[in-house]
Design a protein around this ligand. Structure first.
Ligand code: PEP
Ligand code: MG
Length: 903
C-alpha cells in the first residue's frame, strides 16, 4: 500500500487528477481535476480506495498514522474555507461521501452537515444570522447520521421512515404545508425529538464530538460498499467487489441559505436524447439531496437565466469547459451559496442508449473525438434501445381520445411499456418470476428498489425529476420510465392509487409512454422502432428518421474497422431478408429441422421416420424433397449471392413423433399401419437423454437417404436459383461430428448428390462441405476432421453442454443459484466460458488450421451475438460470427470494438 492515505483538493490545486480513478475513485479524481482546471470546488480531501481494502481486511481498522493525515486534511480545508472543525464560534462543517472507481449513483451512503452539535450550532447561527437555516441543517444531519451510521430506519416494506414520521407530525402540529414552512423553533424541537427517538430505539446517545462523528461516518461510508443495493448494482454492472470505494470529506456549501442560494444537477448534453444543449434542473433554497431524491420537483435549468442571470452565464461557461475538457458528456452537481457558484462533482453522465449513440456520432462530427473513440463509447447492447418498441400510434390516439390518459409526468426513460401495477420492489420481482409483466409504481424510488426495477417493464413515480434516482437508474437499465407524475395519489398499505378520481388497484393494467411521459389506463400494443420501420417494414424513408441516420453512421464506422464477418442464424426467407437489412453478410446457420414442422410436411416427416425400411423412407423423402427445395430456393434468393450455410438434420427423430392419440390414429390411416404397431414404434424411438443420443450426423449415417434428400434439395434449389441469374454459394454443414469417419461418410453422400444434380440440370455451381464443431472430441481431433471439412462452425451451445456435462435444457433450474454463489461468473450458455469451452475452441482452431491454413472458421451458437463472446472469437482469429437477425447490429459493433481493443 502507498504511504499516502489522503489526497487534498481545492483552492485551484490538488494532489491528484482525473487519471487517478483507481486510487481516488471517480468522484475524488474528478474533484482534483476540476480544481486543477480552475473550477471553484469546495476544499476537501479523499481517503483512498486502498484504505477501503485495508479496512475490510483488518476488520474495520485503519493504518497507523492515518489519523495525522486526516487532521492535516481538515487543516487544509480550514485554511482555504475559513472556519474550524468543532469550533463554537466559526464551525467548519463537512460532507462525507463515497466515491468508487465506477459511478454507482445513490448506491452507497452519504453524510452531510457533519460537525454540528449543541455547541457548534450556536456558531452557525451566529455566522449566518439565520437560526432557521442552522436548525434545518442540524435536523438533516441528525436524520442522516441516525439512518446511515446508527441504522435507524424503516423495518418492513410497508413501514414509513421513523424520521419522516416525526417530521410529518411536526408539520401537522404547526399547520405547515411543506418542510420550508417549519420555523427555527419547530426544527430545534425536531432535532431534540430525533435524538430522543434514537436513544429510545438504540439505548445509545447521539455522538456530540465532531471528530467522533467524522470517524463514524467514514467507517459507515466504507461499510456501505457492502450493502445490499451496492452489491446488486455491482452484480448488474460487472463491478468487482475488490475495487472498494474511496471516501471524500469536503467543506459544506449551502444551497439552502435563502433565495439567493440553490442547488442543481447539470448535464453537458441532454441525457435522454443526446442533443447538444445544456440540460439540467435546480431548486432555489434547497440542498442537493432534494433534487436527487425527488422530494421536490425541480425547475428546468433554463429558468435560472431569469432567477440569477450571472450565475446562469457562469454555469453555462463551466458546462462548455467540462464538455470540451473531458471530451465526453458530463453530469455535474453545483451549489449556489449566497450568489457564489460551487462545483460539487462531475462524472461521465449516464444516458439512454439513444443518447449515447447520438453524442458519440455528433462528437465525431464536431471534431471532439475520433470515430474509433466513438465506437468505444457505445456499449453494443445499447443498440437494443434503438430497436425498442413504441406504441401503435393509432391505438394510442384512440385510447387518448376515449379519455384513458391518466396523467402526465416526465419522459425519463423513452420507449413503450404495458404491464400490471405493483407497488413495491419485492412484489415486482415475485410477479415477474410468476411470468407476469409488471409496471413498478412508487411515490419515489430509492436505491433499495433496484432489483424490482430490473424486474419491471416500466417504472412510474409520483415525485422526482429527470435526475431523480428512478430516472437515472431506469435510463441506464434501458427501462421505460415516467417520473414526477404529481397527480398520482399512492397508498402503499391498500395497494391502490388514485388518479384524478379514478382508482387503480394492484394488478390493473397500465401503459407508459416514456418518450413523452404519458401514463395511460389499460394495455396497449407496442410497435417496432424507427430503425425497424426504415430497414424492415419500409414504412419510413431513411432520410425521415434521425434515429436511423445515427445508427447507420455508427455502424458504417464499425464495419470499417471490424475483422470478423457477421452472419445470421435464419431458417426462413423473411428472417434472412431482415438480417441482411441489419447488415448480415451471409447465413451462418440454417437449421433445416425448423422446416420440417412447417405446413403439412410434418406428416411426410413422420411417415419417413416410422417406415420400416429404406424403400418406405425414400417414398416419404420424395414428398419432402420439393418442399425443402422450395425453402432453400427462397433463402438463396433472399440472400442474393451471399454464402448460405445449411445444416443437415440434427435433432433426434422422436422430437417429430406424434404423442397425441388422435395424431397417431390419423397417421395409422395415412400409412395403412395398425395403431398398435405405430404405438410400439413410437415407444421404441423414445430417448431419455439430454440431446446426446441418436441425432446429428448419427442420423445421416444410419439413414444416408435423409442426407441425400436434403443435399439434393439444397443443390436443386441452387441450380434453380442460379439459372434465374442469381448467384448462389451453398455450404452444407454436418452437425454433431465427433470422429472424422462420420464426416467422411456424410461428405461422400453430399458430393454424390451434387455431382448428380450438376449433371442432371446442366447448371454448375460451387459449394462447400463443412462441419459443426460442437463436441470436445471434435476440437481435440480437429486436424483429422479438417482433412474432410472445408469449413468449421463452432456450435457453442452443444459444446458448452458437452464440455460442462450439463444439459442445455435443465441448466436454467440452478444456474441462477450458481451465479448468486459466484461459483460461476457468468452463465456459460450466455457468454463463452473462455477458460474451458474457449480452450477447446482454441485447440480446434490451431489443429484445424495446421492442416488447412486458410480454413474458414465461424461460430453459430447463441454466443455469436453476445459482445464478450464476439470479442473472444475475434481473439481466436475466427472468420465470422453468426447470430439471430436482431442481434446482427450488436455483433457488428462488438466486432469493431474487439478489433480496436486488440490491435
Ligand atoms: C450449437 O450447438 O451451438 C448449435 C448452433 O446447434 P443447435 O443449437 O441447433 O444444437
Ligand atoms: Mg448443436
Amino acid at each position: 500500500m502507498a504511504e499516502k492515505y489522503v489526497y487534498k483538493f481545492g483552492g485551484s490545486i490538488a494532489d491528484g487528477n482525473a487519471k487517478m480513478k483507481n486510487l481516488l475513485g471517480g468522484k475524488g479524481a474528478n474533484l482534483a481535476e476540476m480544481s486543477n482546471i480552475g473550477l471553484p470546488v469546495p476544499a476537501g480531501f479523499t481517503i483512498t480506495t486502498e484504505i477501503c481494502t485495508y479496512f475490510f481486511e483488518k476488520g474495520g481498522k485503519y493504518p497507523e498514522g492515518m489519523d495525522k493525515d486526516v487532521e492535516a486534511g481538515l487543516e487544509h480545508i480550514e485554511n482555504i474555507m475559513g472556519g474550524k472543525f468543532g469550533d463554537a464560534e466559526n464551525p467548519l462543517l463537512v460532507s462525507v461521501r463515497s466515491g468508487a472507481r465506477a459511478s454507482m449513483p445513490g448506491m452507497m451512503d452519504t453524510i452531510l452537515n457533519l460537525g454540528l452539535n449543541d455547541v457548534t450550532i450556536e456558531g452557525l447561527i451566529e455566522q449566518t444570522g439565520n437560526p432557521r437555516f442552522a436548525y434545518d441543517s442540524y435536523r438533516r444531519f441528525v436524520q442522516m447520521y441516525g439512518d446511515v451510521v446508527m441504522g435507524v430506519r424503516p423495518e418492513g416494506v410497508d413501514d414509513h421512515d421513523p424520521f419522516e414520521v416525526l417530521l410529518e407530525a411536526k408539520k401537522k402540529a404547526c399547520g405547515a404545508e411543506s418542510d420550508v414552512d417549519l420555523d427555527a423553533d419547530a426544527l430545534k424541537e425536531l432535532v431534540h425529538e430525533y435524538k430522543v427517538m434514537i436513544k429510545e430505539r438504540l439505548g445509545e446517545e447521539f455522538p456530540e464530538e465532531p471528530i467522533d462523528q467524522l470517524w463514524g461516518s467514514v467507517s459507515a461510508v466504507f461499510d456501505s460498499w457492502n450493502n445490499d443495493r451496492a452489491i446488486a448494482y455491482r452484480e448488474m454492472n460487472d463491478i468487482p467487489a475488490e475495487w472498494g470505494t474511496a471516501v471524500n470529506v469536503q467543506a459544506m456549501v449551502y444551497g439552502n441559505m435563502g433565495d439567493d442560494s440553490g442547488t442543481g444537477v447539470g448535464f453537458t448534453r441532454d441525457p435522454a436524447t443526446g442533443e447538444n444543449v445544456f440540460y439540467g434542473e435546480y431548486l432555489l433554497n434547497a440542498q442537493g439531496e432534494d433534487v436527487v431524491a425527488g422530494t421536490r420537483t425541480p425547475h428546468p435549468i433554463a429558468d435560472l437565466k431569469q432567477d440569477m442571470p450571472e450565475v446562469f452565464d457562469l454555469l453555462s461557461s463551466f458546462r462548455e469547459t467540462l464538455d470540451s475538457h473531458y471530451r465526453e458528456m458530463q453530469d455535474f452537481e453545483f451549489t449556489i451559496q449566497k450568489g457564489k457558484l460551487y462545483m460539487l462533482q462531475t462524472r461521465g453522465g449516464k444516458r439512454t442508449g439513444f443518447a449515447s449513440i447520438r453524442i458519440a456520432v455528433e462528437q465525431v462530427r464536431e471534431g471532439l473525438i475520433t470515430k474509433e473513440e466513438a465506437l468505444g463509447r457505445v456499449d453494443p447492447e445499447q443498440l437494443n434501445q434503438l430497436l425498442r418498441p413504441v406504441f401503435n400510434v393509432e391505438q394510442k390516439r384512440n385510447t387518448l381520445k376515449a379519455g384513458h390518459l391518466l396523467a402526465k409526468g416526465l419522459n425519463a426513460g423513452p420507449g413503450a411499456a404495458s404491464g400490471q401495477i405493483v407497488f413495491n420492489a419485492l412484489d415486482a420481482t415475485k410477479w415477474k418470476a410468476e411470468g407476469k409483466t409488471v409496471i413498478l409504481v412508487r411515490i419515489e424510488t430509492s436505491p433499495e428498489d433496484i432489483r424490482g426495477m430490473e424486474a419491471s417493464e416500466g417504472i412510474l413515480t409520483a415525485r422526482g425529476g429527470m435526475t431523480s434516482h428512478a430516472a437515472l437508474v431506469a435510463r441506464q437499465m434501458g427501462k421505460v420510465c415516467v417520473a414526477g407524475c404529481g397527480d398520482l395519489n399512492i397508498n402503499y398499505q391498500n395497494r391502490v392509487m388514485n388518479v384524478e378520481g379514478k382508482v387503480l388497484k394492484e394488478g390493473d393494467w397500465i401503459s407508459l409512454d416514456g418518450s413523452v411521459g404519458e401514463v395511460i389506463e389499460g394495455k396497449l400494443e407496442t410497435y417496432p422502432s424507427e430503425v425497424e420501420q426504415v430497414l424492415i417494414l419500409k414504412t419510413m424513408k431513411p432520410e425521415e428518421s434521425m434515429v436511423y441516420g445515427l445508427y447507420n453512421e455508427l455502424l458504417t464506422w464499425a464495419d470499417e474497422v471490424r475483422k470478423l464477418n457477421v452472419r445470421t442464424n435464419s431458417d426462413q426467407p423473411d428472417q434472412a431478408t431482415a438480417a441482411v437489412a441489419f447488415g448480415a453478410e451471409g447465413i451462418g446457420l440454417c437449421r433445416t429441422e425448423h422446416m420440417f414442422f412447417g405446413g403439412d410436411r410434418i406428416d411426410a416427416v413422420r411417415q419417413m421416420i416410422l417406415s420400416e425400411d429404406e424403400a418406405g423412407r425414400r417414398k416419404a423423402l420424395d414428398k419432402l424433397l420439393p418442399m425443402q427445395q422450395a425453402d432453400f430456393a427462397g433463402i438463396f434468393r433472399a440472400m442474393n449471392g451471399r454464402p448460405v450455410t445449411i445444416r443437415t438434420l440434427d435433432p433426434p427423430l422422436h422430437e417429430f413423433l406424434p404423442h397425441e392419440q388422435a395424431d397417431i390414429e390419423k397417421l395409422s390411416v395415412q400409412m395403412d399401419i395398425p395403431v398398435e404397431d405405430l404405438e410400439r414404434k413410437v415407444e421404441s424411438l423414445k430417448e431419455m437423454n439430454p440431446m446426446l443420443g441418436h441425432r446429428g450426423c448419427r442420423l445421416g449415417n444410419s439413414y444416408p437417404e435423409i442426407t441425400e434428400m436434403q443435399a439434393r434439395a439444397i443443390f436443386s434449389a441452387a441450380a434453380e436459383v442460379k439459372s434465374e441469374g442469381i448467384e448462389v454459394h451453398p455450404e452444407v454443414m454436418i452437425p454433431l461430428v465427433a470422429h472424422v469417419n462420420e464426416l467422411e461418410l456424410q461428405r461422400k453422400v453430399v458430393v454424390k448428390a451434387a455431382d448428380e444434380v450438376i449433371k442432371e440440370t446442366g447448371v454448375d455451381f460451387e459449394y462447400l462441405v463443412g462441419t459443426m464443431i460442437e463436441l470436445p472430441r471434435a476440437c481435440l481431433t480437429a486436424d483429422r476432421i479438417a482433412e474432410q471439412a472445408e469449413f468449421f462452425s463452432y456450435g457453442t451451445n452443444d459444446l458448452t453442454q458437452t464440455t460442462f456435462g450439463l444439459s442445455r435444457d435443465d441448466a436454467g433450474g440452478f444456474i441462477g443459484n450458481y451465479l448468486e454463489k459466484k461459483l460461476w461468473e457468468k452463465d456459460p450458455f450466455v457468454a463463452i466460458d473462455r477458460e474451458g469451452v474457449g480452450e477447446l475452441m482454441k485447440i480446434g482452431v490451431a489443429k484445424g488450421r495446421s492442416i488447412r491454413p486458410d480454413l474458414k472458421i465461424g461460430i453459430c451458437g447463441e454466443h455469436g451475438g453476445e459482445p464478450t463472446s464476439v470479442e473472444f472469437c475475434h481473439m481466436l482469429g475466427l472468420n465470422y460470427v453468426s447470430c439471430s437477425p436482431y442481434r446482427v447490429p450488436i455483433a457488428r459493433l462488438a466486432a469493431a470494438r474487439a478489433a480496436l481493443d486488440h490491435k
